[in-house]
Design a protein. Structure first.
Length: 115
């Protein structure tokens, strides 16, 4: 059973940086994609950044140039480096993995950016 555990969220002021981590365990070796989704209050969960098992990346338009997704295969961990944070980046950030066609989600970590 794949498990995803996020960490690194918090309350920060606009303009600063945060790095989120997602540690994966339990049969993650056959993963197709891993990434991060964000859900703001009253809105749908939306993709922020994705990385494939081949290393290709996709970013949401609102975070291009500010966020960087990366992975450490040895640690089965995916990171999201978030720079120049804005109040509109506020939300719960969920780690997502697609493993053998099956989606898995972490429990989420809150990021709050004050102006």
């Amino acid at each position: 059973q794949v498990q995803l555990v996020e960490s690194g969220g918090g309350l920060v002021q606009a303009g600063v940086s945060l790095r989120l981590s997602c540690a994966a365990s339990g049969g993650i070796s056959g993963w197709n994609y891993m990434g991060w989704y964000r859900q703001a209050p009253g809105t749908e969960r939306k993709a922020v950044a994705l990385i494939s098992n081949l290393g290709s990346t996709i970013y949401g338009d609102s975070v291009k140039g500010r966020f960087t997704i990366s992975r450490d295969n040895a640690k089965n961990t995916v990171y999201l480096q978030m720079n120049n944070l804005k109040p509109e980046d506020t939300g719960v950030y969920y780690c997502h993995a697609l493993v053998g066609g099956t989606p898995y989600w972490g429990q989420g970590t809150q990021v709050t950016v004050s102006s």
